[in-house]
Design a protein around this ligand. Structure first.
Ligand SMILES: *Cc1c(COP(=O)(O)O)cnc(C)c1O
Length: 367
């Protein structure tokens, strides 16, 4: 392989898409969430593949992400989950659809859209049902409905909310309460609207655990498309689309008493064999993985990261892998260990590890 590469396996993406689709009714629309470089992979390649697979909608966090997709030839409707007010003009230019989550955003949006020739421009109303992140609160919905009735320039294409704990069975009653509140607020909002917008609330774990209760007109999946289901049983049905590999740059034989890396953080108790690999905290593998927390795959076994992770490099313990050589491939995450396994060693989740792989790491797209 010859260098550090994050390989993106589009066949695994197709597998995950079909698996998630099999959990919902054929008529339910599917929104692929491709924010943050498609969770650290490659947003353009992933979005184009999803488009080919027949995805109904895409979602990004910011306007700039949507513009990149349009420039790459993505034609499906794109929801921008968190548009910034400075970028609203670009939103229209690229036919991106905003999430409107407060009266402040609604008024800013009207100021931008009214002077254009647009009519019935699709927008998506976000309701806060308990996550307490973005969204209109319950006591604003009636006045929002009355306000929207006066705005034919807008078309409410969908009404949505986001669940706080779909992966956690212990929070089942809270999740059902959020779903109930969403249904009620949808009714109130629709009282004065000329059309019946789509409703959607489920994320990946929602699709896996609440499809019967709440799939409505559309579901939104991010992490599931990338191969993780926030649960060992679902993980086994999905395939991670991204694999991070690198190669051993150099091997050292150390004597007992030698130390490794900055701050001499690791002291060799016995003679040791260590490998240096070209991947560090600037690539998204943070210092929390150092000092024998994280483990990577060398030859035929998991080996610990030793010493502090440096900016561009880290050292791994090859004492039990005498046959490992300079130039050999090392798997940081992929099939073994998975991103879930590696993330767990630093008390975090797959989402954080995979989205943090920096743009310096070369992406290789495989069919
Ligand atoms: C990121 C995001 C999702 C995707 O969630 P997953 O758990 O990755 O499926 C869905 N909806 C909203 C509003 C989001 O911000």
């Amino acid at each position: 392989m010859g260098q550090t590469v994050l390989s993106i396996h589009l066949d695994a993406l197709a597998h995950n898409y079909h698996y998630l689709r099999s959990k919902i009714e054929p008529k339910t629309n599917f929104m692929g969430v491709v924010k943050a470089f498609a969770y650290g992979s490659d947003a353009e390649a992933v979005a184009l593949k999803l488009q080919e697979l027949g995805i109904d909608y895409l979602a990004v966090a910011y306007v700039s992400e949507g513009i990149c997709l349009r420039k790459a030839g993505v034609e499906k409707p794109i929801l921008v989950l968190h548009p910034q007010l400075e970028n609203l003009t670009d939103l229209v230019a690229y036919q991106l659809e905003p999430s409107i989550y407060s009266f402040r955003v609604l008024k800013a949006w009207l100021a931008v859209i009214k002077p254009t020739k647009e009519t019935a421009y699709p927008v998506h109303i976000k309701i806060n049902t308990g996550l307490n992140r973005l969204g209109f609160s319950a006591n604003e919905i009636a006045s929002l409905s009355a306000f929207l009735e006066q705005q034919p320039v807008l078309k409410v294409a969908s009404v949505f909310s986001h669940l706080a704990a779909t992966e956690d069975p212990q929070e089942n009653s809270f999740t059902l309460q959020q779903i109930q509140s969403f249904k009620q607020q949808y009714q109130v909002l629709c009282e004065k609207l000329p059309n019946k917008p789509w409703q959607h609330i489920l994320n990946t774990s929602g699709i896996l655990n609440y499809a019967a209760e709440a799939q409505f007109d559309m579901v939104r999946s991010g992490i599931g498309l990338y191969g993780f289901g926030n649960d060992a049983q679902y993980d086994s049905m999905l395939k991670p689309i991204a694999q991070l590999h690198t190669i051993i740059s150099q091997i050292h034989e150390l004597q007992a008493g030698d130390t490794i890396g900055y701050n001499r953080a690791h002291l060799a108790q016995n003679n040791m064999r260590i490998g240096v690999i070209p991947l560090g905290h600037a690539d998204g593998i943070g210092r929390q993985y150092g000092n024998q927390k994280g483990q990577v795959w060398a030859q035929d076994q998991l080996v610990p990261i030793v010493g502090n992770v440096c900016m561009d490099m880290m050292m791994i313990d090859l004492s039990n892998v005498p046959h490992a050589q300079e130039g050999d491939t090392v798997c940081i995450f992929g099939k073994q260990p998975t991103a879930v396994d590696l993330a767990a060693t630093a008390n975090t989740i797959s989402y954080e590890l995979i989205t943090g792989i920096s743009q310096r790491v070369k992406r290789q797209i495989l069919p």
